[in-house]
Design a protein around this ligand. Structure first.
Ligand SMILES: [Mg+2]
Length: 267
């Protein structure tokens, strides 16, 4: 017989757990820590880099496993079970990704692409909206290339199509677009679940939390999908069963949807 249910929360950070402008979550930090101390596993699943997510753990004195760069890599699963690996890479390297971009995108479209890492430090800071110290962690990218696309909607779709046909993806999150390998938050979440299921006997219930397009697949694959209010994302056409939506933005909206989900799990 299966033992107690194990709840695992896969959560986006910016705009979901963290305030989209200040990147803080003071208002709900006590509640967050309460969940952790009750044994609920919280796994940030973010477009942030490994360096940023390690720093998040350090800053808040947490020991969370996490998924970095839009599903490119999974870290710290050994914290959940000692038999699980510390690092899992699902993506090719930045150099390989750049090579594919370079070989497949037309010159006309290349002119519309700005590589954010090639900009001056102060310009990068403005785009990321981060302090210099935090930005230095954000640019340590192993598997994704942040860009801005300065063309029409038609050109942008054309660009995305070429990337997809070349085996890459364009992931749109908070402030930037990223050229990524054929990965996403949902694939990395499934991989994580597959590994955890091998080591843990408990029945696992997943809660997925996001606020934007790059979270939608992850939500669809969660037992309890949760959407945090984001004024710049139109969720009216979303078709997800049992979607729990917040009326407040992050961070309060995060606590609200989690409370609702946990209530539903208990009943
Ligand atoms: Mg977000």
């Amino acid at each position: 017989m299966k033992q107690k249910k194990q709840i695992i929360i896969f959560t986006d950070l910016d705009g979901s757990l963290l305030d989209k402008d200040t990147f803080e979550f003071h208002e709900i930090e006590d509640y967050f820590r309460d969940l952790v101390s009750k044994g609920i596993k919280i796994i940030p699943n973010s477009s942030k880099t490994k360096a940023e997510l390690s720093n998040f753990n350090k800053q808040y004195n947490l020991n969370l496993s996490f998924i970095a760069e839009n599903g490119s890599s999974i870290h710290g699963l050994n914290l959940i079970h000692k038999n699980l690996p510390n690092n899992i890479f699902l993506s090719r390297t930045v150099d390989e990704i750049y090579k594919i971009y370079n070989q497949n995108v037309t010159d006309n479209l290349k002119e519309k692409v700005t590589f954010i890492l090639n900009l001056k430090s102060n310009e990068q800071q403005e785009i990321f909206g981060l302090s210099l110290e935090k930005m230095n962690l954000a640019i340590k990218r192993d598997h994704s290339i942040p860009i801005q696309f300065n063309g029409t909607e038609i050109e942008k779709n054309e660009f995305i199509k070429i990337m997809n046909n070349s085996g890459l993806t364009i992931q749109t999150g908070g402030r930037i677009m990223n050229i990524c390998d054929n990965v996403n938050k949902s694939i990395a979440m499934s991989k994580t679940m597959e590994l955890i299921n091998k080591e843990i006997d408990n029945e696992i219930i997943t809660i997925g939390v996001g606020d934007n397009q790059n979270d939608i697949d992850m939500l669809k694959h969660s037992d309890y999908p949760c959407l945090v209010k984001n004024n710049s994302f139109d969720s009216s056409l979303l078709n997800i069963d049992n979607l729990i939506k917040s009326t407040e933005p992050s961070p309060r909206g995060w606590a609200d949807v989690i409370k609702t989900a946990i209530q539903k799990i208990k009943t």
